[in-house]
Write a new protein. Sequence first.
Length: 343
Amino acid sequence: EFSMRGTTDNPLYGLTRNPWNLSMSPGGSSGGAGAAAANGYGAIHQGNDIGGSLRFPATANGVSTVKPGQGRIPAYNPSATAERGLLAQLMSVQGAVCREVRDLRLATQAMIQPDARDPWHVPMPFTGPDIGQPVIGYCRETHGYPIHEDIVRNLDRAASILEAAGYRVEEIHTPSINEPAQAWFNIATLEIKATIDPLVREHGSSTIQTIFDYFYRLSKMVDPTGYMAGIADRTRMLRDWNVLLNRYPLILTPFLMRPSYPTDYDETFDGFKDLMDSAIYSFGVNYLGVPAGNIPVNLVEGMPSGVQIIGQKWREDLILDAMQVIEDETGIFAHQLWAKQTG
């Protein structure tokens, strides 16, 4: 509902279920895409991502996605009555959710084709220059969140798989991801309050109105002067990350630092806050506008759980290469699901 929740529910069609466990969230806002992909409803499912709406469902349903970098895939909404706010234009991207990395690669290659209706789009080729032996930075920093021990094991396993495949894996410290994640809340909420909130109050369910109130409560919403200063400071944050990505074209990080969650987990403020706190590597990446892929690695508490691979701008191809290496070792998780359903 209004594409701004970590689960998928709305008054028109009701609750979307996770095929792995009907009581657990399928993620959001593209939870239908994630659940459909896992359940075998077609090979390619379109979605978009302004705070994690491709990656939450991929993680929840055990499928794969790449959140492209800003300007990579053209977007145009002919039904929109007004253009989006500046930060939304910088952060929101289109992409695909797929069971298999090969389908995700095909979908991403097709979706980057130019469209003049999106003035932000840059017609870059899909495949970038050869970088020789691939180097990947491995970041385990949690910024104080009590990460689940099995999610740490998934990160270690992904790093070991990549190293065995010939990647040079180095444990690193990154510029703060917490800073851009908090900036997402502080600055995006001002845009949300001015653009979407009136529609939410007029047409939204009581649940989504409460969720929006939680966003405002969790943020330190800026005023218009703070908004301009924040957008300017975003350049500094992105510069710091670009310098690191120049040395490490790929960076392996957590995505959600907690296991899957029930469908109503975010309906209390404590649950909402915990979910957002566990997802700083989601919101932070959106704020920076760099690409990132999500791939399942193992089950945690009986539900799929994966890792995130951040990449250089325009290098979704490198992200997909690394994801393919991991999938070749861990398998296609939907096959586990189907065996469970038919067994």
